[in-house]
Ligand binder design. Structure first.
Ligand SMILES: [Zn+2]
Ligand SMILES: [Zn+2]
Length: 338
């Protein structure tokens, strides 16, 4: 096993396990250093006992490199492979029915990997497509894409699609729902994208009535296809309470305007909570099971959402990402008028 491959796989598994960013970064940096330095020089430094002289190589990353060079599977890697497996729970059949993921990020905004790497991982996981939904301009902390950069991204996606066919990267955005319910991207671009996920990322604690109006405005837009992580809650770390809105009004609007409600699979979000999800089902909303992955290993998180959906008895026909890419794009093009 090449040292760079061992380190890359460790990064993948740490991301799958939602490990601390500092730890993931340390292994990612070591991987990049090893790639830069080259296999031959790495072997020479190892033989001279000088691996840790390299910037970014410490005892643990150095140990992984040494074991890989000795032809062993590094112990740390083997342990992570075993310990970070995501149990499929009750969602195995549903996961097998999903053909793609409608909410993913890349290095273009705040993700940790290039588009191509996300796409190749999605292929390895058996997906037919992946919707690329990087952030919109006003989310500056996440390097949201202004119209110019988004257009540049569309060019890159087109080129990658030639290379990766029959797999498809569908174009998309996670567009911010602004405080007045407007969407943070130009009409022209929103109309051009295959899939639009709309999410609230600011002023999460505005009064209930204002938040309800804000969300209804967004989900009623003919451009919006999926309502992302609707409550904004965080259930891990310091946590974050749910935004207050009238769920009957918001979900009725989703049903009326053909906007799917997302099951956000991120372990620290698990959004919406089950009681709200069952209300969305009562309103006959469509559902999308998305990872909101910011790194390749996180693309495996759909398993969590599938387990939840299966436990709640959600039928595959109601889930938009059981559709083929062609059907999905046909749906996003027409659902607003259906
Ligand atoms: Zn988001
Ligand atoms: Zn996102």
């Amino acid at each position: 096993m090449r040292p760079a491959d061992a380190l890359d796989r460790i990064v993948y598994l740490l991301d799958r396990d939602l490990a601390e960013t500092t730890k993931v970064r340390a292994f990612a940096r070591a991987r990049d250093v090893v790639i830069d330095v080259g296999d031959e020089e790495i072997e020479r430094l190892h033989a001279a006992g000088k691996l840790t002289d390299l910037p970014g190589i410490g005892p643990s990353t150095g140990g992984v490199i040494a074991q890989a060079l000795a032809g062993e599977v590094p112990g740390y890697l083997a342990r992570l492979e075993a310990e970070t497996v995501i149990p499929s729970g009750e969602g195995g059949a549903l996961r097998a029915a999903l053909r793609g993921d409608c909410h993913t990020h890349s290095l273009w905004s705040d993700g940790g990997a290039p588009i191509e790497k996300m796409a190749r991982t999605a292929i390895a996981l058996g997906h037919d497509y992946m919707v690329l939904t990087d952030h919109s301009p006003r989310l500056t902390i996440a390097h949201g894409l202004n119209p110019k950069r988004l257009k540049e991204q569309l060019v890159e996606v087109e080129a990658l699609n030639v290379e990766l066919a029959p797999f498809r990267i569908l174009t998309g955005i996670e567009v911010d729902i602004l405080e007045d319910g407007a969407l943070d991207q130009t009409e022209e671009l929103l109309a051009r994208l295959d899939v639009v996920v709309a999410s609230v990322h600011s002023k999460l604690r505005m009064p209930e009535q204002e938040m309800t109006r804000r969300m209804v405005m967004a989900v009623a837009s003919p451009h919006v296809d999926i309502l992302g992580h609707c409550t904004g809650r965080k259930v891990a770390g310091t946590g974050r309470p749910q935004s207050q809105f009238d769920p009957d009004i918001v979900f009725a609007a989703c049903a009326r305007f053909g906007t799917a409600v997302e099951i956000n699979c991120r372990p620290e979000r698990q959004d919406p909570p089950e009681e709200l999800l069952s209300l969305a089902l009562d309103w006959d909303c469509r559902i999308s099971i998305d990872t909101d992955a910011h790194a390749p290993g996180q693309l495996e998180w759909q398993v969590y959402g599938c387990d939840k959906a299966a436990r709640m008895g959600i039928e595959p026909e109601r889930i938009v990402n059981t559709m083929t890419a062609d059907d999905l794009v046909a749906w996003t093009a027409t659902h607003a008028t259906a």
